[in-house]
Design a protein around this ligand. Structure first.
Ligand code: ADP
Ligand code: ADP
Length: 232
């Protein structure tokens, strides 16, 4: 069944069309890779699904209901870098992630049950292989460890949808292979639906159950700044 359904999505900035008539159904439990050239609108598409950006036209459905406009605890996101806070420890980053979820349940968890929140955070750190790192700072960690933390931070809200924007793009190939194993395991263990933007075609096909290409398509040769992107 479809978890997400994008219907006739347009995103325009002035007269520049970035997403044009995107129709996309995403099945529960799928791992969707999105590839395409820089500037094609991949990050814009993720922002729309996150609820950070309202489409100019079109509708998005989550479980058959209109997508809540703000980023709720049902969606987690990891970017290529700068996802973690340098002035907080690993555990501090995890608890901060909970506070940002703005869910009444999690607020209570933090207020009256701080110990429960810490236990949850520690369990999630164990799941990404950072069980021994809770008291250190990001500056003391490798890029791979920082991305593990970013993933744990996204997952502590227990989202059903995990959005990944070039999550492994800044990592060395060996580390990237470890991360592929990790994300596949988390996808299965937490029954996630994953949508990942990547420049790495091999990665897109080896991880994805489905690969989408999103491409710049010139709409009017006399107006080269005006193009649209379509997902297929
Ligand atoms: P990529 O996702 O390909 O790395 P960026 O996100 O850095 O690309 O942005 C690509 C282009 O989008 C840049 O030319 C940048 O100027 C433009 N851009 C991004 N955000 C905005 C914005 N808020 N307003 C205007 N232009 C933007
Ligand atoms: P990708 O992630 O595929 O590299 P983006 O979604 O970052 O592409 O950007 C798609 C296009 O939208 C780019 O041409 C970029 O310049 C433009 N763009 C993105 N955000 C803005 C914005 N806020 N204002 C104006 N143009 C933007």
């Amino acid at each position: 069944s479809n978890l997400l359904s994008l219907q006739n999505i347009w995103v325009e900035y002035g007269d520049k069309v970035v997403l044009e008539r995107v129709n996309l159904d995403i099945a529960t439990g799928s791992f969707v890779s999105i590839v395409g050239p820089s500037g094609a609108g991949k990050s814009t598409l993720l922002r729309v699904i996150l609820g950070q950006e309202a489409p100019t036209r079109g509708q998005i459905w989550l479980d058959g209901a209109p997508l809540p406009p703000e980023c709720g605890p049902d969606r987690g996101v990891v970017f290529q870098r700068y996802s973690v806070f340098p002035h907080l420890t690993v555990l501090g980053n995890m608890l901060f992630g909970l506070e940002c979820a703005q869910s009444p349940f999690l607020s209570r968890l933090l207020g009256a049950h701080r110990r429960t929140a810490i236990a949850e955070a520690e369990a999630m750190l164990d799941a990404v292989g950072l069980g021994d790192s809770r008291d250190i700072y990001p500056a003391q960690m490798s890029g791979g460890m920082q991305q593990r933390l970013a993933i744990a931070q996204a997952l502590i809200k227990r989202p059903r949808i995990l959005l990944l924007d070039e999550p492994f793009g800044a990592l060395d190939p060996g580390i990237r292979a470890d991360m592929h194993g990790l994300i596949t395991r988390l996808w299965r263990d937490y029954a996630l639906t994953i949508i990942m933007v990547t420049h790495d075609i091999k990665e897109a096909f080896s991880l994805g159950t489905r690969v989408l290409t999103i491409d710049k398509r010139r709409r009017d040769p006399h107006a080269p700044h005006r193009y649209g992107a379509t997902a297929v």
